[in-house]
Unconditional design. Sequence first.
Length: 485
Amino acid sequence: MALRVLSVTSELHPLVKTGGLADVAGALPIALVQHGVETRSLLPAYPQVLRKIGRAKAVHSYKALFGGPAKLLSVQTNGLDLLLLDSPSLFGSREGGPYGDLSGHDYADNWRRFAALSAVAADVAAGALKGWQADLVHAHDWQAAMTAAYVRHGRAPQTPVVLTVHNLAFQGRFDAGIFPALGLPQSAYSVDGVEYYGGVGYLKAGLQYADAIITVSPTYADEIRTPAFGMGLDGLLRGRGDAVHGIVNGIDTAEWNPAADPHLAAAFSMRSLGARSGNRRALEKRFGLKRGKGPVFAVISRLTWQKGIDLIVDAVEHLVAHGGRLVVLGSGDSAFEGALLAAAARHRGLIGVVTAYDEPLAHLIQGGVDAILIPSRFEPCGLTQLYGQRYGTIPIAARTGGLADTIVDANDAALTAGCATGLLHDPNSGEALKAAISRAIALYWAPGVWSALRKQGMRADYGWGRSSARYAALYRSLVDRNRTA
Ligand code: ADP
Ligand code: GLC
């Protein structure tokens, strides 16, 4: 019998995306179909979402949801079955992104917006929709984590809840003063509930109440149970014992397919790597790079401390001095944007920077450069190293989290065995990054090595096959446990 899952997320590709969460929330439901799992995804009906979908049907309404009227819209699109929370006061038109304004400040009512999303998820889990009942709820990140609290204190408290943590750095911490407005019983404000260091912690609450916690790679699952990576939650995570799982993300291999990618200037496969030069030319034009023989490196990233962008800024002179060129596509911290633009101005023709969010350009870069730099300080999973490998772009990445789990370092043993797919270096060290860039340039010029690395990466299977099977097995074990309880 099909298992019905309600997935609760604040982003979903191709409708709204700020990072990898959207990719996962968009691809996992499709991969789960083959395992007999039917997913309905609940997300806010932001204006950009409403613009992209066709006609949607109202299936439920609220006279007053956290201060305003709201509707649940149902629509099928891109192989996904969606429930959109249409609440003009919470998710209607604003100057900015899904979480904050144009100057990067979080919206002051985020606590209310994402409590509402979670409360609605619990309503749906309790049977608010005619003719559709979820067997299990799967919440993503802090924005949906309160779902676990609302389910536990709601009308169907036995419904299993799975929480996937995509990034422990984003916790949704708010002042204790919001608690009365959340509509939870007073008993929920405790160390075993939503209380967190004298305030309310949304992610903390989810970690506390969820039946299972998944994070997006086995190494990150180990790391977050240590003080160095636990961001204050390592004790709680250790206390959850076997409920914590590490399942590495897959990628959507149809969306990211170099042989049929509409965003590329030239499609290619393992047997026609030469065609990549068409993408290279397009990039040289777009980024104003001079033609050259040496390797072209890329960065495609949120420009933040997590991603080690300061280390890249420090390494650019080294990279250029050793014959490399660099293209950067990213947005975020304005100090990093400024430093990268200044580097491009110093090295005109060798470094090009686009400070924007541009999905088609991200594809073209993966299809045209030689290597992608990912010196993250921590990385729950990371997707750009997976897209890179599928597109013949060699990842040069910090040995942490999912990067350590999805890249085989080109050390002597791996080179001899013919299984290397990238280069790993110590995290948090500018010197280690520079040494890795030098090592990459040497491998680039060594006869036959670079194309072998490319092919090994392209042969690897980074689709959702195995990981979606693990999600499905976990769902079933929780639903069975619930049925026999
Ligand atoms: P995170 O979710 O922490 O940002 P991931 O590597 O998991 O990191 O996912 C990042 C996703 O966002 C990838 O799909 C990547 O291609 C995309 N991305 C990041 N920055 C940009 C950008 N400036 N333009 C287009 N895509 C971007
Ligand atoms: C987060 C993490 C990233 C991960 C993505 C999808 O944004 O920072 O490492 O790949 O979520 O799970």
